[in-house]
Design a protein around this ligand. Structure first.
Ligand code: ACO
Length: 325
């Protein structure tokens, strides 16, 4: 049976770091409030002229290096972002050109906000299973701070910039069981009626401006814990997996309290949860591949480990993916 296996991962964070203390000089907030309510200590901010495609390119190159492949080995690029370089062309097309993937394959963007990486992974997995793609780059990249109203303390303390990427490739050695390496299943959901809970108040066909993030934090928090727990249960049920078999939960990094509440609901030990929100803040579609990269590079994630990824974002969108590393 064909499975899509992650053979490499990479990430990129901009050099500039914005600490809570610095934020407290910009808006009426404090290091204590931000840390206690979100677990965030700092976030990275893209430099002057640094674009989503630049960050995505660095992450993609690192992932290809780990996988031992070149741009000529890649058939497709699936790039999740809420903050494209331009309204069009797709940022994925710019990355295709940047990495030197000339005259072959295809590339497009996927927009599901903070769930974007799970959506892109699911899309790539299905292209691979259908036999249309052999090897893909799946990227989550965000210049999210370009959507921030720096006078709004309820949102500006939460977000950061960065990119993460994985190489996903077809492997025909699967037996069709949960012991196979690769993506075991993906589960996607959205509920458009809830779009006003978290949105950007601008866009080409509405205001003809880029706009700023607006959010009902309390409601988003409530939905996040419920929906992400549901998606996790769905993924475990689909593969007949018990929570005790999950080696690593790699959640979207929005808020430490959301992560803790979700893990607790599922009886997962905090020791089995990868948490990077303190250093990265919420990097939207980039947060899961950034966290994956950290835990692979520091040796926590090992071959054969069962990894559960989950996210929720504007839309509302949410989803989960279960994979054996
Ligand atoms: N600094 C200081 N005080 C603040 C700040 C701030 N940055 N922001 C809000 N406050 C104040 C509020 O004005 C309020 O004051 P009041 O009691 O005088 O009215 C008080 O703090 C409490 O505000 P709440 O909104 O009730 O605080 P809450 O505990 O809900 O935390 C937070 C807010 C952190 C935004 C939380 O609701 C949250 O994390 N929600 C999820 C949102 C999220 O993560 N969105 C990201 C995208 S979606 C996703 O990725 C899952």
């Amino acid at each position: 049976m064909r499975r899509s296996v992650i053979t490499g991962c990479g990430s990129y964070l901009p050099k500039k770091v914005l600490t809570n203390k610095e934020l407290a000089t910009m808006v009426d907030t404090s290091d204590e409030w931000i840390l206690q309510r979100t677990g965030i200590q700092q976030r990275h901010i893209a430099g002057e002229g640094e674009k989503t495609s630049d960050m995505a390119t660095f992450a993609a190159q690192a992932a290809m290096k780990m996988a031992g492949v070149t741009a000529q080995d890649i058939d497709a690029i699936f790039l999740a972002t809420t903050t494209p370089d331009n309204t069009f062309p797709a940022t994925a097309a710019t990355v295709q050109s940047n990495i030197g993937m000339h005259d072959k394959g295809f590339a497009f963007d996927i927009q599901a906000v903070c769930s974007g990486f799970i959506y892109a992974l699911a899309t790539a997995d299905n292209f691979i299973k259908a036999g249309q793609v052999k090897r893909a780059l799946v990227i989550g990249a965000e210049h999210f701070t370009s959507l921030i109203d720096w006078k709004d303390r309820t949102t500006c303390v939460l977000f950061g910039d960065g990119a993460g990427a994985v190489v996903l490739e077809a492997n025909d050695n699967g037996k069709g069981t949960k012991d196979d390496r690769g993506i075991l299943s993906t589960h996607l959901h959205s509920q458009g009626e809830l779009r006003s809970l978290l949105y950007v108040d601008g866009g080409p066909s509405s205001t003809k401006t880029v706009g700023h993030v607006r959010m009902n934090g309390k409601e988003v928090f409530r939905h996040a814990v419920t929906r992400m727990s549901e998606a996790i249960m769905e993924a475990m049920r689909a593969n007949d997996v018990d929570p005790s078999e999950i080696k690593w939960l790699v959640p979207h990094q929005a808020n430490k309290r959301i992560i803790d509440a979700t893990a607790e609901k599922l009886n997962l030990s905090p020791d089995n949860v990868v948490v990077t929100v303190a250093q990265h803040g919420n990097t939207s579609a980039a947060s899961i591949p950034l966290a994956l990269s950290v835990a692979v590079n520091d040796g926590r994630i090992q071959r054969g480990d069962l990894i559960l990824m989950e996210a929720m974002g504007g839309g509302l969108t949410w989803g989960a993916a279960l994979a054996r590393w």
